[in-house]
Ligand binder design. Sequence first.
Ligand code: ZN
Length: 324
Amino acid sequence: MIYIVYQIFSGIFTIIGNNIDVLIIAGLSGMVLVIAYLQYSEIYFKSKKFNHIKESISEHTNNCNELNHYIEELKRSYVVIETYNYGTAEIIDNSLYNFQRKERKKDIQSNKTHRCSAIVLKNASDQPIKYLCKYFNIEKKEESLSKFEKVLNDFTSVEQGKDSIRKERDFILSSIYNSIPLLIRKFSPKKLTRKLGFETVDISDAYIPTFSFQYVSAGGNSSSRLDIKLNIENLNHLINYLNNAIKWTKSIAGQRALMTSILREEIKERDNYKCCSCGLGIEDEPNLLLEIDHIVPLSKRGMTTFDNLQTLCWKCNRTKGSKL
Ligand SMILES: [Zn+2]
């Protein structure tokens, strides 16, 4: 076996040895080509021609970047769920045998992790939203419902906004596609978008909070965890759950609509996918981000009713928000 490997390697080295000059020439030519390309691309990105293209689409790039800033602001909309503070204590292992109980390290309580028994973990996996409310102290009150409706509204805008920016950017890039040299398009697509002035869009969903149930066995030898991500789908479940659990007073019951993803779509459809303030719609701008707004804001005792909701484009919505 060793002899065969030795034969193979000595064969390879003989070939390299015999062709060393050819390999050096190939390597050097490759390096020269790379350096030449880098020089060429640097010159191209500084050229008048490229600057002219950049200028011609600057209104669109600014628009995309502005929307990017706006959705970054919306990501912070998440409300902190206040958990009980039970104080702190430490378990010290006094046993004679100093076993490595590695799972015990996972036994930490935080405002997003609840330590629990195996039974609670099992039940929480069957009814996640119910157990999320119970163990993370989400009160079944209209106040909590309104908070989560706002989070759902903002997070939906973030998700749709990211999509809008991507589509709009692709559309702009395709409109100038033929004006950009082939080599640049092929070898520097990322640099091209950056040099054209597009900011990087964070497409991850790391801003969506996750709540966990953590079980660690008494001996510290086994553990399991259940993660509940408050994404758009779960936020809708949570809103429906809270609505069913809240004991509504007669004056409010039946009047109030639930601000779920379904209602958002219904309002947009009613308003013909047009902004009720500036009149711009998806017919004019297919990638326009449309949002749902309370005409009389909740802070001024406005209600979540069909009549008090309207479709606004993100720019009008942001302007209205800053005036309030
Ligand atoms: Zn508008």
